[in-house]
Design a protein around this ligand. Sequence first.
Ligand SMILES: C[S@@+](CC[C@H](N)C(=O)[O-])C[C@H]1O[C@@H](n2cnc3c(N)ncnc32)[C@H](O)[C@@H]1O
Length: 265
Amino acid sequence: MTAGMSDRVQRSFSRSFDTYASHANQQAWVAERLSMALRECGAPHRFASTFEIGCGTGLLTQQLYNHFRHGELKINDLAPEAQQIADAYGATFLQGDATQIRWPDMPELIASASMIQWLANPATMLRRAADALVPGGWLAVSGFGPRQYEELVQIGTSGRAPGLRTAEDMAAVLRGDLEIMTAGQCLRPMQFSSARDVLVHLRKTGVNGRAGKAWTRSQLENFLDDYTRQFANDAGVTLTYHPVWIIARKPDCKQPMSAGPGGAS
Ligand SMILES: C[S@@+](CC[C@H](N)C(=O)[O-])C[C@H]1O[C@@H](n2cnc3c(N)ncnc32)[C@H](O)[C@@H]1O
């Protein structure tokens, strides 16, 4: 991530820190799905060391805290406000751009929810995670796929996250180094009563961090008209979420790697 871009993303998430949790229903859903998938894949109940990347307001941190035990929990985010999440869960906070900071040595679990799509090159982070894990360690990552906010793309607004990848794309990066335990994705359309409410939702969840300059009044009116014309239904307008997730495991030195399911559902 370039310094300018990470500053913009950080400012946007910092601004929305207080409103994020109550508006980020989709991110809450995917954090829960990721933690459930980790359990379903047979991950141990306790990890000696856990590293969470892009913890934000702690939606995934809470899931990891509730469903697993952690000898040492280290959590990272660009936004300094996330220090309070570390304090709440007795974790160590590593503030900064996850692509730049030093990572903990050989964690048993590396986890990240709804963050990787902000990276220009998600594959680099996935490979770094595969490399960093202790043999036998687990990776649990969710992000968003190419159909995320497809309505905004059709309208031609800027600010799309740069690292939207399918679950199969993520699996393909890791296959060979990690055993793919599961990889899944789905489409989750959200309903809003108006196009203006879509904008409020985007601002309150901080996901407009790559948007450029503020709009003029006429740009705003054009956006609202176009959005309503193209995506209105009986109940208002839709906005599509495309969550993707993957659970993978680093082979133990002693165990050969099995083929695993490998595909995305
Ligand atoms: C959509 S929020 C998700 C937060 C949380 N993991 C969740 O599931 O709700 C994305 C978070 O990733 C953080 N983030 C984005 N790019 C980052 C980077 N390069 N390094 C560290 N954190 C980053 C943002 O500051 C934000 O808190």
